[in-house]
Design a protein around this ligand. Structure first.
Ligand code: SDX
Length: 431
């Protein structure tokens, strides 16, 4: 396809224009219309970017029809069961699986950056005790740029790398600190003798009076969930980080913007909304009523955890979590979790209903993740925080990829203007 082109004919004036076709290693080709406005004086229109490729990227590939998800070419099913979260973080950041020495070196670097500047604790003390942890996360992560002046030159590769390491290392510490603030307990310091997920569970559940030894099951479940949530191509929050970063904004501000975007219930906020929905449905006998509500155009209710912009097949991450759910709930002695049974019945009934089948609405990653988080003792208002901790790896990987791309330029979409044409100011006495 090296020199293939696409012709666009403007029937309004009979003019035709040739545009090059761009192709990646796998996936759909793209028409490069970057010169369209200059050549034809017209824009394209694609609200929600349903058919728009915003960049070249070598990080994650999704085939929505086949339900395929690859991180740097490796199938999510293999990484989820064979790799550690920091091993996957290294893969997403640097493009290759680390050898033993590189992984140990990376783990050591991340471990050494897990502590927070003591003054950051004052930020948390400024929040009301019942502040949503996502509100605290947005604020505290954004404030990191006030502490790390030594790594804010985004055009310096070394500054970019150390900022990425700091964000991956400090998100769990900030997340756990937000949780502790919300329950009125003292913040727990990270421990350098614990692995990443065990350290996070320690900071969440240990207290100065009593240590918490994270069980291997809980650590493995956290590792799995973090891998599944680490990256997902150009989703809303990752695109937010890229757009913020395209202006040269510092990485901490960019990730804070990504956290804000992820918080929405249509995106990462769905895992918390799924649990709220399951609790509201309460019993299988109520499922059909809620399915009818989800189908009713006059009812704003949607089946949370169902549907996806890209997956028109089962989200491979939901399939993995669903399979692991049983095992984790068994081992965490939560096997008769009524919410899991309700979720499976809801899925079964929904997937036999034409409305969902015709629209290819399948469970997505958020449908089952909250059930495991709940079994791990994570409160509902922390579910999206967990998503943000994991997705920080994807956000900083895309941010680094974008800034090392020589074609990178500030993102600035246009619009179809539908406001008033020019008119003159009217004095208030004449309005
Ligand atoms: C994530 O992009 C990513 O990769 C995101 C993510 C990631 O890892 O980063 O995968 C994480 O955000 C997963 C999605 C979590 N959100 C939810 O579970 C919220 C519920 N889902 C929906 O809000 C919706 O499905 C979206 C937002 C996920 C996708 O929306 P789209 O692609 O814009 O689809 P749409 O809203 O145009 O829906 C198409 C049709 C509509 O009906 P019609 O107008 O054709 O009659 O499907 C209907 C919608 O009303 N529909 C639903 C539905 N989702 C879509 N109807 C009921 N319940 C739903 N959940």
């Amino acid at each position: 396809m090296a020199n293939e082109t696409t012709t666009i004919i403007n029937n309004a004036n009979g003019e035709s224009y040739e545009f090059p076709l761009r192709e990646g290693t796998i996936g759909p080709a793209a028409v490069d219309i970057s010169s369209l406005y200059k050549e034809a004086g017209i824009f394209t229109y694609d609200p929600g970017f349903m058919s728009t490729a915003s960049c070249h990227s070598a990080i994650t590939y999704i085939d929505g029809e086949q339900g395929v998800l690859l991180y740097r070419g490796y199938p999510i099913e293999q990484l989820a069961t064979k790799a550690s979260f920091l091993e996957v973080a290294y893969l997403l950041l640097y493009g290759e699986l680390p050898d033993e020495q590189s992984l140990v070196g990376f783990e050591t670097i991340i471990t050494r950056h897990t502590m927070l500047n003591e003054n950051l604790k004052n930020f948390l003390d400024g929040f009301h005790y019942d502040a949503h942890p996502m509100a605290m996360l947005v604020g505290v992560v954004g404030s990191l740029s006030a502490f790390y002046h030594d790594s804010l030159s985004v055009n310096e590769p070394r500054h970019r790398e150390i900022s990425a390491h700091r964000l991956i290392a400090k998100l769990p510490t900030i997340a756990a600190a937000a949780y502790k603030h919300s329950i009125g307990e003292p913040i727990m310091y990270p421990r350098n003798d614990l692995r990443y997920c065990a350290n996070f569970l320690h900071m969440m559940f240990a207290t100065p009076c009593e240590d918490y030894k994270p069980g291997l099951i809980a650590e493995k479940a956290m590792n799995l969930l973090f891998i599944l949530h680490a990256d997902h191509e150009q989703n809303a929050s990752t695109s937010t980080v890229r757009l913020a970063g395209s202006s040269g904004a510092n990485p901490f501000a960019c990730v804070a913007a990504g956290i804000a975007s992820l918080w929405g219930p249509a995106h990462g906020g769905a895992n918390e909304a799924v649990l709220d929905m399951l609790v509201e449905i309460g019993d299988v006998k109520n499922v059909q009523r809620y399915i009818e509500k989800a189908k009713d155009k006059d009812d704003p209710f949607r089946l949370m955890g169902f549907g996806h912009r890209v997956y028109k097949n089962y989200d491979p991450r939901a399939k993995i979590i669903r399979e692991v759910c049983h095992q984790v709930l068994e081992e965490l002695a939560d096997a008769d979790n009524p919410l899991f049974d309700l979720a499976m019945r809801l899925e079964e009934i929904a997937l036999s209903d034409d409305y969902f089948v015709e629209r290819k609405l399948y469970p997505n990653v958020d449908f089952y993740s909250g059930i495991i988080y709940r079994a791990l003792g994570i409160p509902r208002n922390m579910f999206t925080v967990m998503f943000a901790v994991a997705r920080t790896v994807g956000w900083v990987s895309h941010w680094m990829e974008m800034l090392s791309d020589s074609n990178n330029r500030i993102g600035r979409p246009r619009q179809i203007y539908c406001g008033p044409t020019q008119r003159d100011y009217v004095p208030i006495s004449k309005r």
